[in-house]
Design a protein around this ligand. Structure first.
Ligand code: UD1
Length: 422
């Protein structure tokens, strides 16, 4: 198993090109199942999660071509025969569950394994299932699989009110309702930019949808969706991670194709902590001096609040801030697994339920640490970049799920980092 070795202490300086958004691409790919016409996605990221989704769509009978070294994904689902998403694939990645809505809408039935994914909490799928039932689906759980079917006339539009904002449930329901008969109204949907991106793509395919990014989405069902070519939005979590890489090392980085439009909550906090963040001609410039960051008090929240996917990285940066910070995780109940590893590097962090108190220390010290999930693993890399001496982050397959060439991008900014194959 690969690990990443870092000799910390270099203030990063250089340029990084931001990739297309993993989470947008992972919902755009299953939307191809809604039509027998080709869907072409450009600006796709090259990640192992995308490979997993490719395998899943292929296993259903779709043709998936990775062109231009994986930057372009061409999907044709004209020949989808199988409606079963197997446990072997779904357990690796929760986003696999996003084939449920499109398969059901197109084929009238679907059999999808209950998902696995990051071990960051219970991550139920009750909202996905309740929403699909409102569209007329009959759903049973059998042997670890969700068995869903609808009658010969297909799904029927309805009003759905989510009790809490779920990104995946909103995506599954938008996709299913786009091909249902009649109108669907989704109240209290998630508003993440990846959902807005999905709607833009579905609209290009002929979907009649409005209200994306607001508290109410209207969908006028349309049985005949066509093909489209769509460019995936930039990865806001990669943008935020590199902003924090500059902040934690006291460096300055330019993020090509990066914008602050989807990371407003992070930018506001970091500017208050003393980090300079400004738009440039080609992207976003971040500069952080030798001064320690000021402490912060942050709670994660659905978009446009502070993203849970940047919580671990922020904690790494606050571990060396000048004073006591507080982070409350409100989205996932078990997303503090990086805390014990950061402590091994000298961080002083106290946990009390969903709140972490971080007592900033002057310097972290390199140590062997273990990645436990995708965002925790990158937080440990950031901590290693700032720490004195050598850190070794093991189990980096988590990193490869969501960050394209991260060690190469960091090395281009002067980081002393390398991948070691076991
Ligand atoms: C997506 C993102 C993930 C991000 C998360 C929150 C993708 C591929 N993944 O995950 O990176 O961390 O949004 O921004 O886009 N919940 C239920 N019942 C459900 C569904 C969700 O109780 O049926 C709960 C979850 O347990 C969690 C909360 O709702 O506590 C938010 O989860 P959700 O927004 O659904 O996250 P994902 O779509 O899985």
């Amino acid at each position: 198993m690969d690990s990443i070795e870092i000799q910390g202490g270099v203030a990063l300086k250089g340029k990084v090109r931001i990739a297309g958004a993993k989470n947008a691409c992972l919902t755009l790919m299953p939307s191809a199942l809604l039509t027998d016409q080709p869907l072409t996605l450009t600006n796709a990221p090259r990640l192992s999660d995308i490979t997993t989704m490719t395998r899943l769509l292929t296993s259903l009978g779709a043709e998936v071509q990775l062109l231009k070294k994986g930057r372009v994904i061409a999907i044709s689902a004209h020949n989808v025969k199988d409606v079963e998403a197997h446990y072997d694939i779904v357990r690796k990645m929760r986003a696999s569950f996003l084939v449920l809505g499109p398969l059901l809408a197109r084929k009238g039935r679907a059999r999808v394994s209950l998902p696995g994914g990051c071990a960051i909490g219970a991550r139920a799928v009750d909202l996905h299932l309740a929403g699909l039932k409102r569209l007329g689906a009959e759903i049973e759980l059998e042997n670890g699989y969700v068995e869903a079917r609808c009658n010969s006339k297909g799904l029927v539009g309805n009003r759905i009110r989510f009790p809490l904002r779920s990104v995946g449930a909103t995506e599954n329901l938008i996709m299913a309702a786009t091909r249902a008969r009649g109108e669907t109204v989704i109240e209290n949907p998630a508003r993440e930019p990846e959902i807005v991106d999905l709607v833009h793509c579905l609209r290009a395919m002929g979907g009649e949808i409005s209200g994306e990014g607001t508290g109410r989405i209207h969908i006028q069902g349309n049985a005949s969706l066509g093909g489209a070519t769509h460019s995936v939005i930039e990865d806001r979590i990669e943008v935020g991670t590199f902003i924090l890489a500059a902040a934690i090392t006291g460096g300055s980085i330019e993020l090509e194709r990066g914008t602050s439009r989807h990371v407003g909550a992070l930018v506001k906090e970091l500017q208050a902590a003393g980090v300079g963040i400004e738009s440039t001609d080609t992207g976003l410039g971040v500069s952080s001096g030798r001064e320690r960051l000021k402490p912060l008090s942050v709670s994660t929240a659905p978009y446009p609040g502070f993203p849970t996917d940047l919580q671990a990285q922020l904690m790494a940066a606050l571990a060396i801030a000048d004073g006591r910070s507080e982070i409350t995780e409100t989205i996932f109940e078990n997303r503090f697994m990086h805390v014990s590893e950061l402590r091994r590097m000298g961080a002083r962090i106290e946990l009390n339920g969903r709140t972490a108190r971080i007592f900033g220390v002057e310097q972290l010290k390199g140590a062997p640490v273990m990645a436990t999930d995708l965002r925790a693993s990158v937080a440990l890399v950031l901590a290693g970049l700032a720490a004195k001496g050598k850190s070794v982050v093991s189990r980096v397959y988590h990193l490869d799920r969501g960050y394209e060439n991260i060690e190469r991008k960091l090395r281009a900014c002067g980081a002393r980092i390398r991948r070691v194959s076991a």
